[in-house]
Design a protein around this ligand. Structure first.
Ligand code: ZN
Length: 62
């Protein structure tokens, strides 16, 4: 999936990065994406808290 280059408030929690961006519809979206090689975890959330929680509780499956 192509990632928009409009990330704000990027933080790192362990290997996972959390960022907030606006969709092209002007809607806030929050992404948690793991940067560990071979993991590939990434997900979008409506709530920043949900994205941060997912990042905190993420365990790489690779
Ligand atoms: Zn991971």
């Amino acid at each position: 999936m192509p990632l928009p280059n409009r990330y704000r408030r990027v933080i790192r929690i362990g290997p996972v990065k959390v960022a907030t961006y606006y969709t092209r519809h002007g809607v806030d979206r929050h992404t948690a994406a793991c940067t560990a090689p071979g993991c590939g975890f990434s997900a979008d959330y409506r709530d920043r808290a949900a994205a941060e929680l997912a990042a905190r509780t993420h365990h790489c499956s690779a």
